[in-house]
Design a protein around this ligand. Structure first.
Ligand code: GDP
Ligand code: ZN
Length: 342
């Protein structure tokens, strides 16, 4: 659809509507703060943000008789942005609760908003489960991209090979070779099949008592795995994937689910698309842990690791301490980011 130029009058109307909205919002904020000062609110208690809807959040009570129950809450102003996974202090009110404090986050998953600014979409995540499958054939470079994004966000990646029921004499060698490369780097690698249920108990064990997100290319079986791990919430997961397929609502709010065997999942179409955003070429090396540890040892401080003499990285590739595949992958990612920027 061609973009239509707005008339001055239309622009004026839009601006006026925006101003009215802002005025209404600040009035509402004022009334929340006023309510806070009154004695109508219950005592302070701990809670967990399950979901976020514009100006309200769903808070799950963490203590007392009401533990596990979900309450729609407003937020005290000046709290900053609250996201799914945030641990908060809240107080029960007559109609809705009020979040009064946000606890410090251990990690943040960031994503660009429609204006290109990096914003948190989920908090306190322990594992990024990078899902790959026997089919579609995994590309090592794609795995490395997810690993770099995980390393740079400071969240531990777990590589999960799904669809092991499709392993054959023929494809096993290539898959094993890829996985071994990551095991050698001390990355956790798990194998499972959502169809045959092989490996699911090890996966459940790994995710116990932790908050995880699943990322990976479409078709690797993320929805199928999540359905197996979260029996009974099929519908919600199904909805999420249906929305992604239509290419709409990719900003749908992230939601936290409890695994029946322990541990939590935060999921949304936007989180599943987690990727390398707004990364500078010289940051990429920080995302390759075996390169990061050697890069300080080059003869020249400002070594570009290209043609310089005494380059510790090139030497390490030559003597086999750094795998050629990972080195090529590193170069490839740096190039693709540079291309994007030009
Ligand atoms: P998503 O796009 O990552 O969410 O992947 P889906 O869960 O939609 O799965 C993509 C396709 O792979 C579907 O046709 C699934 O039936 C199939 N699939 C998922 N898990 C397995 C598995 O463990 N084995 C096999 N053979 N197929 C699977
Ligand atoms: Zn160098």
């Amino acid at each position: 659809m061609a973009k239509r130029k707005l008339t001055r009058r239309q622009n004026w109307r839009i601006q006026k509507i925006q101003e009215e909205r802002a005025a209404r919002a600040s009035k509402k904020d004022a009334s929340i703060d006023q309510q806070l000062d009154s004695s109508d609110l219950g005592p302070e208690q701990h809670g967990l943000i399950i979901s976020h809807f514009g100006r309200t959040v769903d808070v799950e009570a963490s203590d007392g008789d009401i533990q596990g129950e979900i309450f729609r809450c407003h937020m005290r102003t000046n709290l900053g942005q609250l996201v799914t996974g945030d641990r908060v202090i809240w107080r029960m009110g007559k109609e809705s609760g009020v979040v009064v404090a946000k606890q410090e986050r251990t990690t943040e998953l960031l994503r660009p908003n429609p204006y290109g600014e990096m914003k948190p979409v989920a908090a306190n995540i322990d594992f990024i489960v990078i899902t790959i499958a026997v089919e579609p054939t995994p590309f090592a470079n794609l795995i490395d991209r997810y690993l770099v994004a995980s390393e740079l966000s400071g969240i531990e990646p777990v590589i999960l090979l799904n669809k092991t029921d499709l392993l054959t004499e023929k494809n096993r060698k290539a898959v094993d070779e890829i996985l071994q490369r990551y095991r050698d780097l001390d990355y956790q690698v798990l194998e499972a099949s959502s169809s045959s249920e092989q490996g699911l108990s090890q996966l459940k064990e790994k995710l116990k008592n932790r908050i995880s997100v699943f990322v990976g290319q479409s078709g690797v079986g993320k929805s199928s795995l999540i359905n197996m791990l979260l029996p009974g919430v099929d519908l919600k997961v199904g909805e999420l994937s249906a929305q992604t397929k239509k290419g709409k609502h990719t900003t749908t709010t992230a939601r936290l689910f409890h695994f029946p065997d322990g541990g939590d999942l935060i999921d949304s179409p936007g989180i599943r698309e987690f990727g390398l955003w707004h990364i500078e070429p010289d940051q990429v090396i920080e995302g390759f842990k075996e390169l990061r540890s050697v890069s300080g040892m080059c003869q020249f401080r400002d070594c570009k690791h290209e043609k310089e003499p005494g380059c510790a990285l090139k030497n390490a590739v030559e003597d086999g301490t750094i795998s050629t595949q990972r080195w090529n992958s590193y170069k490839h990612i740096v190039c693709s980011i540079e291309e994007q920027q030009n």
